[in-house]
Design a protein around this ligand. Sequence first.
Ligand SMILES: Nc1ncnc2c1ncn2[C@@H]1O[C@H](COP(=O)(O)OP(=O)(O)OP(=O)(O)O)[C@@H](O)[C@H]1O
Ligand SMILES: [Mg+2]
Length: 257
Amino acid sequence: MSYTIAMAGKGGTGKSTTATLIIRYITEELGKAVLAVDADPNSTLGLSLGIEVKSTIADIRDDVVEKRVDIPASMSKDRYIEYRIEESIVEENKFDLLTMGRPEGPKCYCYANNLLRRYLDKAEQSYPYIVIDTEAGMEHLSRRTTNDVDLLIIAFESTIIGVHTANRITELIESLPIKINKYIYVMCKVPAKGVSEKVKAEISKSGIEVSAELPFDDEIYDHITSGESLLEISTENNVYIKIKNLMNKLVTVTTDK
Ligand SMILES: Nc1ncnc2c1ncn2[C@@H]1O[C@H](COP(=O)(O)OP(=O)(O)OP(=O)(O)O)[C@@H](O)[C@H]1O
Ligand SMILES: [Mg+2]
């Protein structure tokens, strides 16, 4: 079984950034392989990992369902889909990346989601860690597109709206059809002057326990604006150090894979 980490949080909060640095932590610090999954239809995880994604699960769905490809006579449809998904995975030295993409119509999400879920069930056998970057709405978690989650990271900004959204996500978690073993709150893009008293009061009122405060960071800003991979930021980067410390406390080292 894999140790599965998933991200949740409002749009633009810092989910993909955090997921990228967690992938780096697992591969560099723990020396373990990761399946990185970009489950956001507006895929950006590849960008922060510095990877060009050529094919997505949505493309495969569109090709097969809209009959844009001839499935070889020697292959069943299922086998063909499996082959295409394996082909779409970008293999890097220490991790693989699978990208969901955006299917053509809203009705097509269900099919693509099922493909993703089937693949993730299988991936449990071969990857010690799976890191899933999700879209803001938590659809993947609520439609049970992902496996059970060992660690859900709720990313939120240090604003009143940020705290309200984190609360709403917490309420949603209770009603999800998947098992979440543990969830934590990570405050992202905290300004240099610190968190305002009003926001602090809102946090304590809601009972949220913040596991890490990640500062707004110029190096991350520079890397993203110049299109460089976040895997290249300094090992002494403040945000990366905070993520390393947090993960050291939380993530179980699996020795079987
Ligand atoms: N600690 C940080 N310091 C500086 N910039 C940051 C930091 N964290 C995130 N950002 C920037 O904020 C923007 C949003 O971050 P990110 O893409 O990680 O959020 P997201 O929650 O995945 O967004 P979306 O919901 O759109 O996928 C990006 O431009 C990212 O580079
Ligand atoms: Mg994102």
